[in-house]
Design a protein around this ligand. Structure first.
Ligand SMILES: [Zn+2]
Length: 211
């Protein structure tokens, strides 16, 4: 039962493990932009596991998290240079969103570069849409590239930042390693963990051993 709960973290030993299947990645943030920020496993580990290291994994995760839909028909980058540029943008938006949400959780002012970073993506998202005859905004054909999910994530982040209940945004109480962010939609607003079966249980085991 205790197997798999690492007491003394030695992340370097995990370096040669095969990449975690995308289907096994937990989506516990409560909304798209938080799940995107949580694509770093154990944010406070000395050597972090980034779930989205290649464009293919990024695309697969986006389908799983519904940031990409089967009928989107996006074009993925073909050259190594384009792929590297995409992954830099994925990492940068994720870094900016984490900085903005972490500041919100910690009741600190939002970092200016993170605000600028999100602002750029919001403008790209708005520019990529046109009003249709049905009165709805639709993604234009030229916006349907591998960056479409980043635009959706940016719009979702804007929506979250405007949440009238900002205290619902929380950080997992396992701050030794996890550091994931989530939206507490529980009735009594007392959710402490990204997931009880991972961090909640690990924390309880730790206390039991120390006690
Ligand atoms: Zn956690």
């Amino acid at each position: 039962m205790t197997r798999g709960i690492r007491q003394d973290r030695k992340p370097a030993e995990n370096r040669h493990l095969p990449p975690r299947p995308i289907a096994a990645i937990r989506l516990d943030g409560g909304r798209l932009c938080l799940d995107f920020v949580n694509t770093i496993h154990d944010r406070y580990a000395t050597q972090v596991e980034d779930y989205l290291q290649q464009p293919q994994r990024f695309a697969e995760w986006c389908v799983r998290a519904a940031a990409l839909r089967p009928d989107d028909g996006v074009r993925m980058p073909r050259t190594a240079r384009e792929r590297a540029a995409l992954m830099r943008e994925v990492a940068a938006l994720r870094r900016h969103l984490h900085a903005l949400f972490a500041a919100r959780v910690d009741d600190l002012p939002p970092p200016a570069d993170a605000l600028r970073g999100l602002d750029r993506w919001l403008h790209r998202a708005w520019q990529g849409q046109s009003l249709g005859a049905d009165g709805q905004l639709h993604w234009r054909a030229d916006a349907r590239d591998a960056r479409l999910p980043l635009k959706r994530i940016a719009l979702d982040a804007l929506d979250l930042l405007g949440d009238p209940h900002p205290t619902r945004l929380r950080r997992c109480a396992n701050t030794r390693s996890c550091g994931w962010l989530f939206l507490d939609t529980s009735k009594n607003r007392r959710r402490r963990w990204c997931a009880m079966e991972t961090c909640g249980t690990a924390e309880k085991m730790q206390r039991y051993r120390q006690g």
